[in-house]
Design a binder for this molecule. Structure first.
Ligand SMILES: [Zn+2]
Length: 258
């Protein structure tokens, strides 16, 4: 049989086999999902599939001669939310520390530990219904994982752009502690004045203290760079949501007459 892979999924195939059209030996018992995964594509990255042109579940069992197609996950990708939540919570693997701090800066509920092994990550992600973000394909292949996503890019800027494009989450900048993910509560400058160095006290405004670890936050020396990250992230998500709203407002999902 043949499986046609979406462009965006080619990165998961070994370099020597990176072609859109894949010939696959079909034993009649393997599921479509298994065959796709055997090519190298983790199932959390695989979007809608078809078999002979008709929509098919990963549990479908192709037979010899079948033609299948696999799309990438839709962007933005919906995440099942708990009642009262309007944005997903995340858990990042040990290699994504910089991304974790940026996500917290944007107010995303982001758990991160620099010393957690794979089984422990899966346990926490499942128990707390957090989307597990990783660049480890093996981790994404774990059957028990409720929701995982591969992070594209090696630079934190690219990783953040990928994350925002994938989930377009609701952002609440400057509301979380970048060190521990705790929520920030507003504090009066006078209240924390003694904890600040003189240069800081004179030049910057305090905007919060972490409920969990007590860290005090102000728009300080690195404020300029952080402001830029926040502004760009907010623009990115607004752009995605505007495009999505426009697409939903037009019947058949495309601009009429173009
Ligand atoms: Zn904290």
């Amino acid at each position: 049989m043949s499986i046609r892979i979406a462009d965006e999924l080619l990165i998961f195939l070994p370099a020597s086999r990176r072609a859109l059209e894949q010939r696959v030996a079909c034993d009649g018992t393997s599921t479509l999902g298994h065959l796709v995964e055997a090519l190298g594509v983790p199932l959390p990255e695989a979007g809608p599939m078809t078999l002979g042109g008709a929509p098919a579940e990963p549990s479908a069992r192709p037979v010899a001669g079948d033609e299948a197609r696999v799309a990438a996950v839709p962007r933005p990708q919906p995440v099942p939310l708990e009642p009262g939540e309007d944005a997903p919570a995340f858990l990042l693997d040990v290699h994504l520390g910089t991304l974790a701090r940026r996500m917290r800066l944007l107010g995303l509920d982001t758990a991160y530990h620099n010393d957690m092994d794979d089984p422990a990550l899966v346990v926490q992600a499942n128990a707390e219904r957090r989307v597990l973000l990783t660049q480890d394909r093996g981790l994404l292949r774990r059957r028990a994982l409720w929701f995982g996503a591969y992070v594209r890019g090696s630079r934190p800027d690219d990783q953040l752009a990928d994350l925002l494009g994938r989930f377009a989450p609701v952002l609440r900048p400057w509301t979380r502690c970048t060190a521990c993910n705790g929520r920030l509560v507003a504090v009066d400058k006078q209240e924390v004045e003694r904890e600040l160095r003189r240069g800081t006290r004179d030049s910057y405004d305090v905007y919060g203290r972490c409920e969990d670890c007590g860290q005090v936050y102000w728009r300080g020396a690195h404020g300029g760079h952080l402001e830029e990250i926040v502004e760009e992230a907010v623009r990115t998500v607004e752009g995605i949501r505007a495009a999505q709203g426009a697409a939903e407002a037009v019947p058949n999902g495309g601009p009429a007459g173009t």
